[in-house]
Design a protein around this ligand. Structure first.
Ligand SMILES: C[S@@+](CC[C@H](N)C(=O)[O-])C[C@H]1O[C@@H](n2cnc3c(N)ncnc32)[C@H](O)[C@@H]1O
Length: 224
């Protein structure tokens, strides 16, 4: 389903009205009420059994990746996390939970779609983690963030991910981490962008073999 989103397609909703893919998945997620499903992205050579993973919906990161995000936060204890593409704020909240466990740090996130943003904002406002989260309705490429970014999670629209890394790289802590979601060999765009930036010497890359693929990278310049 996410593949369709990647091609920028729309789905037919009630009464034949065209629904944007993000809105369609948002409605499905509301109906599912937080139930976990087996991951249904297609098998890839690096991840031949995606059904062993779980997901809430095809936009929100895999459940295991959400846990990984929280664990990375408690492991590296970032002061500042930046996320691009909040969707319904689920990954934002998992990251914030790690920050709360650490007793320090904050997350700045952005969501371009105004309808999705409103839903995410409501969800975050209802959480005790809200004070740790600065959610903005703007494009990742226009967002201005002050300070050094210790953890950067790129999860917006795949074609803009490369630009995002290049845009934020000067602000990223060389001892911090860069994550790029949707980097499977099937989805290609993000994987190829990460490997291209590695060849250019900008980042060093590890490709985690999850159903949708996750790049864990580090800035090369300034690394100690
Ligand atoms: C894959 S979803 C994010 C999932 C979320 N990180 C999670 O795991 O819970 C991608 C989201 O990015 C948003 N988006 C697309 N392009 C964007 C941009 N340039 N800046 C900010 N958000 C963007 C889409 O509207 C969509 O809601």
């Amino acid at each position: 389903m996410k593949d369709a989103r990647l091609r920028g397609t729309v789905a037919m909703g009630l009464f034949g009205k065209k629904l944007k893919q993000e809105h369609k998945i948002m409605l499905q997620a509301e109906r599912a009420k937080g139930a976990l499903l087996p991951e249904y992205h297609r098998a890839t050579p690096e991840c031949p059994h995606p059904e062993r993973w779980s997901m809430y919906d095809s936009m929100t990161a895999e459940a295991e990746v959400l846990e990984f995000l929280r664990t990375l936060v408690t492991t590296i204890k970032p002061e500042l996390v930046v996320e691009t593409g909040a969707f319904l704020g689920v990954s934002t909240l998992w990251i914030a939970e790690g920050l709360k466990m650490n007793g320090r740090g904050r997350i700045v996130s952005c969501e371009l779609d105004p309808v999705v943003f409103t839903k995410a904002k409501e969800k975050i406002a209802a959480s005790e983690l809200a004070p740790l989260i600065d959610l903005r309705q703007e494009s990742s490429l226009e967002m201005k963030v002050e300070g050094t970014i210790d953890l950067f999670f790129s999860d917006s629209d795949p074609p803009v991910r490369e630009q995002e890394i290049r845009h934020y790289l000067p602000q990223i802590n060389p001892n911090g981490l860069i994550l790029m979601h949707d980097a499977s060999s099937h989805m290609k765009t993000v994987r190829e962008a990460a490997l291209k930036m590695e060849v250019e010497g900008l980042i060093s890359v590890v490709l985690l073999p999850t159903p949708r693929g996750l790049v864990v990278a580090q800035k090369r310049q300034g690394r100690v």
